[in-house]
Write a protein that binds this ligand. Structure first.
Ligand code: AR6
Length: 181
């Protein structure tokens, strides 16, 4: 499991993978943050395809082509807006990872890159969000043997450090790999 989950500090629009995941809003018509960056890099064809999809409820995911991105596809998912953690935010955030990976598997995609969904404009605290991202991804990869690698793409030092720490705790170090498989 450990070698199927990677972390990098980078801009997700530069990832050459089968699909990058977009932290979208329910309109799927673009916005700020990583959503804005993905739409700018993909070009106007992306919003044109998104317009054909209708709205996407929180926790669900939709797939489009990647257009001018190096990634072949974009999986758009809508994270929860953080309120106080007692409005279903953890389960909705887990659903984003689960539904995005199920969609990737259904389309035969083997490499997927995620941003830290909900942790920017939507205000989800980074540490608990990271724990959900890593735990749910590990669980889903067990169910989807066809997905070869998931990369968490961190936009900045704080996110990168948090992912490294949480991955160490949840997945264990390289030396524990044998025991965990
Ligand atoms: N590559 C990787 N990560 C990035 C990039 C990038 N180019 N740009 C930002 N991030 P956010 P949300 C990180 O706000 O919280 C939009 O308006 C960022 O540092 O993009 O889910 C949508 O339309 C943070 O860690 O998404 C929605 O309305 C993470 O991506 C709303 O924002 C997510 O931050 C969604 O808010």
């Amino acid at each position: 499991m450990r070698e199927r989950i990677a972390v990098t500090r980078d801009d997700i629009t530069r990832q050459r993978v089968d699909a990058i995941v977009n932290a979208a809003n329910s309109s799927l018509l673009g916005g700020g943050g990583v959503d804005g960056a993905i739409h700018r890099a993909a070009g106007p064809e992306l919003v044109a395809e998104c317009r054909t999809l209708g709205r996407c409820p929180t926790g669900e995911a939709r797939i489009t082509r990647g257009y001018r991105l190096p990634a072949r596809h974009v999986i758009h998912t809508v994270g929860p807006v953080w309120q106080d953690g007692r409005h279903g935010e953890p389960e909705l955030l887990a659903s984003c990872y689960r539904n995005s990976l199920a969609l990737a598997a259904r389309h035969g995609l083997v490499t997927v890159a995620f941003p830290a969904i909900s942790t920017g404009i939507y205000g989800y605290p980074l540490e608990p969000a990271t724990r959900i991202a890593v735990t749910e991804t590990a669980r889903c990869l067990e169910a989807h043997a066809s997905i070869r690698q998931v990369t968490f793409v961190c936009f900045g030092d704080e996110a990168y450090r948090t992912y490294q720490q949480v991955m160490g705790e949840v997945l264990g170090g390289e030396e524990e790999e044998g025991e965990r498989l």
